[in-house]
Design a protein around this ligand. Sequence first.
Ligand SMILES: *Cc1c(COP(=O)(O)O)cnc(C)c1O
Length: 393
Amino acid sequence: MRRKTGQGTCAIWAGEEHRMLGATQVPIVQSAAFGYHDMDEWLDVALGRKAGYIYTRNSNPTVEVFEEKVRSLENAEAATSAASGMGIISSTLFALLASGDRVVSVKDTYGGTTAIFNEFMPKFNIEAIQCDTSDDSQIDHEIKKGCRLLYLESPTNPMTKILDIEKFSQAAHEVGALVVVDNTVATPINQNPLALGADVVVHSATKFLGGHADALGGVACGSKELIARIYHYREIHGSVLDPMAAYLLLRGMKTLDLRIGRQNDNAMQVAQFLETHPAVEQVNYPGLVSHPCHDIACRQMRGFGGILSFMLKENSLDAVGKFISRLRFAHAAGNLGAVETIVAPPATSSHVECTREERSRLGIPEGLIRYSTGIENIEDLIDDLEFALKDLV
Ligand SMILES: *Cc1c(COP(=O)(O)O)cnc(C)c1O
């Protein structure tokens, strides 16, 4: 048997067998439907007896290459995609849950996911328990009470809290629950939740997978059986990835391994720089020895990722605004995971879906700054930070 290909090679070659008209690059099949003159063949494809395409809401060749690439990187049996990260997260949750079910999760989930738990699930009589992310015994306790699904995110955005995926997956399986992990912040280069025991891994491909902040997308990976259920939900509910967006994500993914390697390195150096700066109160980055869950991060991650957050000593939105406006090499924007460095307070990014009171209840400080490290030269990022922090001491 040949050796399992490395993650960098997978990101480049997986799914690329499609050689339409001999093109070396994946074609953008911008077609709503696929036609057949042979009625028998059409029926065979429609009934799933033969491989092929009928309608792009069900499947599309460009979209399938994207799914195959992520499937290979997460070493899963199957993958399916959606129009955005929230598209795949809602498809996953509503495909796997039913009225009367109980979900255990944490307070630090992505703002949109938190809104599903609090606004939409109660309408279908689904209860979502949101535990204190740093309280392992509370999470254990709530899992033991019984649940249909455990939903985790690690590292969290923007506080970079770490959850022990292996330990909690085991506990959830003991009560017969499924485990879903949002792996957006870590990326499959740094972490593979399925290998740690999770049943489904979800990504906002809008972020690191695409890496160029020019397309939205989402993807879920897991067993054939679970992915078939998620696929069916999204093909009927219609949150489907557009072929053009799939192409942009595929193009971005060719450099995934290179980008993430650079972002891991840059983020570590930025975190170390900020940690010793007199204007900075606290830095959250799982790669720092000072991080409360650094040991768990070392166990379950191969790299610590590109996302960090920090608080200025002067904890006000005013100081954050001053700091952000002085940076030369950072977009002030509501996304993360791009080749450019991006900064934002949670109020306008990860937790824009929450009210000020909700953020305060979640323990997210208004004066926090999320720093999504790009692939710029590290000397320029440090120089930029030095300048922007100068008279905030
Ligand atoms: C951005 C993000 C999402 C949502 O993804 P969209 O593509 O914006 O819908 C979900 N989870 C995490 C961790 C994210 O950062």
